[in-house]
Design a protein around this ligand. Sequence first.
Ligand SMILES: [Zn+2]
Length: 466
Amino acid sequence: MDAPAEKPEPVRDGESRHVKREILGIADRRKHHTREMTPLRAHVKEPDARHRVYRFRFYPNAEQVEQLSRTFGACRWVFNEGLALRSQAWEQHRVRVGFAETCRALTGWKRAEKTTWLKEVSSTVLQQSLRHLDQAFSRFLKGETKLPRQKRKGRSRDTATYVRTGFSWVEDDERPGTGLLKLAKQTRPLAVRWSRALPAGTAPLRLSVVRDPAGRYFVSVLVEELGGSWPPAFVPGSQEPKAVGLDLGLVSLVTLDDGTKVGHQKLLKRHADKLARLQRELHRKVKGSKNREKARRKIACLYARIRDVRKDMLDQLTTHLVRENQVLVVEDLSVATLMRGASGKGGRRKTGLITAIRDAAWGELLRQLAYKCEWYGRTLVMVDRFFPSTRRCSACHVKGSSLHVSVRHWSCAACGAVHDRDVNAAVNLRDEGMRLYWLAEASLPPDRTMPRLIRASAVKEAMPAA
Ligand SMILES: [Zn+2]
């Protein structure tokens, strides 16, 4: 397929219909008037509702393992076939093929002798696979991504999406928020380990089933929850919003302006020896052998465990921070930039730095803070990256000289205050964040609530004088 920039003449309407029908084997829409082609009607969200995904592990029985494996395979096949159809239509015939047309082609594929096995898989699931293809294509046509690539067994994620018609859900009266979840084309409900309850009385909107590289099965359940902002957090005995400055670092993961330090688990570092050993084992095994597959799975398991432990810790930390405070201030550091900077020259020390940054998972931390502020009615302030949070003295605001990474304590040359490096930075962030907060508040039209996210750059644009 050509790059979207150059736009060759597409063929005329009548001719394109002919090409689609005769050459590409896409049935006419008229033949399908008896059935609704697009089963997925856009779901209208309540104004106060938010979508939330809950993830649970489940343990399929032998029959389900087999059926899911077939489903994952069919999703991949349909995705690739749809991709080939769309690319070929454009390259050879200058005809655009859209989502609805790939769905009609799918009906044809199911009838074809060679591919009757597609019928053993729920058609809504296959249509979702085409939906994903369509989304990938439109991102490509907007110039955001490259042309979607073929999905390959063992390389691409094993996943299948079920819309509301693709599964059944019966809530358990005894234990609300849990229940029986049965997928289309399966005879028994999934054995889900309900590690927590869904909001009682809500029916899942969509499921996606995943088999991770470690061979574990998860179902992600999308539900709609009605808004539940927490009551605002004030400084005790006043109407002033409670604020906290958060300095993210490598020595302590997070330092608060009151001096609290949250250590960080350094999980990758802690497991480094084991990972290295497993990697060496993997490389010794013959490619494509059973033993290599076993070694690969061991590594995947270890990574999965590290990821879970880390995510769990971050979840607890961010929920606590967001509950206790009304305004949370962080530095607007782009993790991607840090990683890039660290990957230049400088060899081993920088490689160590990258591992440390990945290990700290700042990106995940910021993501969680942002969405939890959004949900619970808090404000996250992102202070400009060039704000000298470390060098400035939080007592007298004089900017000192830059500090080497190894310096943990310093004293201000102007006022003599002795600072802990990270606590000082956190105090500076909180002060600067609150300055921006009040600026944003002053420029707010009446009857509007504070935004959930304030970026320094946006405030400056709104108030050039500041
Ligand atoms: Zn000072």
